[in-house]
Design a protein around this ligand. Sequence first.
Ligand SMILES: C[S@@+](CC[C@H](N)C(=O)[O-])C[C@H]1O[C@@H](n2cnc3c(N)ncnc32)[C@H](O)[C@@H]1O
Length: 359
Amino acid sequence: MTASGSRSVDDERLRRFALSVWEYKQGEVVSLMIHLGDRLGLYRAMVGAGPLRAAELAERNGLDERWVLEWLRSQAAAGLIDTADGHVFEMTPEAAAVLADETGSVFFAAGAFQGGLATPDIVDRLAEAFRTGIGLTYDDLGESAAHSVERMLGPWVRLALVPFILPTLPGVMDRLEAGASVVDVGCGAGVALVAMAERFPASSFAGYDPSQHAISRARLNASELSNVSLKVAEAADLPSEPTYDLVLTLDCLHDMPRPAEAMSAIRAAIRDDGVWLIKDIRARSDWQENRRNPLLAMLYGTSVATCMSSALSEPGGAGLGTLGLTTELAARMVRDAGFSTFVVHDFDDPANLYYEVRV
Ligand SMILES: C[S@@+](CC[C@H](N)C(=O)[O-])C[C@H]1O[C@@H](n2cnc3c(N)ncnc32)[C@H](O)[C@@H]1O
């Protein structure tokens, strides 16, 4: 036994603690393997294929058998792919939904493993941010990070926004059918814009985002649609006269250095009978309540690496971060910005709540 301060070290607790730390390292390595499986089409090739050996999978994807075998064993060791003997492997339907079905499953997650947060350059800049207090913008994280955000957040938006979420907002579907003016502020890669613009051809859709990388992705995604316009611009650049029937801010207010100013700009740009849909993280003010979230450590780490960093990317930034815009704070801030109606919607999105805001 060794001593640490006045408390002696308990061997059993020490072993468990060390193991839990190594499990995070294991998560990092498994994350890389998930990305490789996604990138090389290995998961997609296994969907519905039944039991198969590395040689067959390698053949299907034009890859080297020995590498595929080691990857398959890594997947089986992680509990992602089934095997009884380490030679014949099979993907369950649940694994297919989470790891392979990017367009049809709200549970698709493999896209989030693309890019990684921690290139050496970004790690250096994050360490420096701890000293200066000034974080990195979304653009500072690079092109691949913009694509990763798109693939991480895209499935829910693509599959739920038009069929399930918009119809619960009274009057919104009729206005969109008739021809409404819509803006998505912090639109990222434009997944919501594309889903809406395809379904409501009589309406016009504007996307604002200060990230060049995100707007490049959005331009690509919306290239076939004549009713979508995109701008490298932030919330504060919205028109100062009432212009929009519907405003969306999806998973972005907590990333903004000046969310209160963004809300005032939205108040100026929305028509008096307009609707503002906010999607933001399910976050509580109470630490113990947040502790119930099994992915809380990932959310706080994401905050340091991405959300809080962006929200502190200007001097004096609000720095809300991933869990910073609680329901209570959102309600208070939108009232302060001049809105009178704030309705909370829970659509069983495991990560987010939705707020309907009206003047
Ligand atoms: C987590 S991403 C969400 C993107 C998109 N809404 C989605 O759901 O996929 C947050 C976005 O907020 C954008 N953002 C940051 N500051 C902003 C600001 N001041 N005004 C508008 N967008 C901003 C970032 O560039 C980034 O694209």
